[in-house]
Design a protein around this ligand. Sequence first.
Ligand SMILES: Nc1ncnc2c1ncn2[C@@H]1O[C@H](COP(=O)(O)OP(=O)(O)OP(=O)(O)O)[C@@H](O)[C@H]1O
Ligand SMILES: [Mg+2]
Length: 254
Amino acid sequence: MSNNQITLKGVKKSYGGRVVSDIADLALGRHGVEGLIGPNGAGKTTLMSLITGKISADAGEILFFENGNRHDISGKKLDAVARLGLVRTNQRIQDFESLGILDSMLLSVVQPAQETVLGLFAETALRQQAHPAINRYLEAFRFSDPGGYALSAGEKKLLDIIRCLLLKPKFLLMDEPTVGLPQDQTDKVMEVVREAARDDGMSVVIIEHDLDLIWNVCEYIHFMADGRIMAQGTPDEVRTSTMVREKYMGEGDA
Ligand SMILES: Nc1ncnc2c1ncn2[C@@H]1O[C@H](COP(=O)(O)OP(=O)(O)OP(=O)(O)O)[C@@H](O)[C@H]1O
Ligand SMILES: [Mg+2]
């Protein structure tokens, strides 16, 4: 079980007077791989954006605990939060501009270190260190041409996930990671994520509408609607909750 947790207290966010996030008290990361589910517009993506510092909350406290260290990340910016080991994959397809697949993987390894100005020697060492991991991912996901660009939506999605994993995060937030991927690639993504959770103690929260994936992969689930956490529990507890069924799945769907 990982030592990494995120806690939110009294976190609020409104757009034009409409409350889209109202999190009284929430702890993420206590149960290995966790799920965050809820209807469209529930506020799941917004919640991840608040945690990772992409947007700032109107009120409340967000704390990140990693290996016994406590960080107040309320109001911290994206880069600062990522440097603490808290990163996320994106719901929307990312474009990697003019970089090829292999180059953008290498860049994700080298870039964070550049902030400490390690110089060329360290950069080369870092690249070498990262090579086994990069090769493993290239092999696992069978990119058609690793030297070329990520062309399909699926390859871009995979590349975004792999770049995050190469950072060796302590906490990974995944926003609909496998939308548009074929089933075998989806299974592979989940396999490497679970492996990192088990072997490296990485905590994971996955947003997904694919409920089969959620029931199969997650040990604990948070259910969100109207900006609030409405139910939490094991997959069995959540899938049989009358409220979750009414608000999200529709009767008889579970
Ligand atoms: N920048 C913004 N300006 C105004 N409203 C916003 C903004 N970002 C999000 N919202 C609104 O906040 C609500 C929550 O959106 P959010 O994207 O977090 O939902 P979600 O649970 O991720 O939905 P989905 O499952 O469709 O991805 C929605 O009603 C959305 O329209
Ligand atoms: Mg979303």
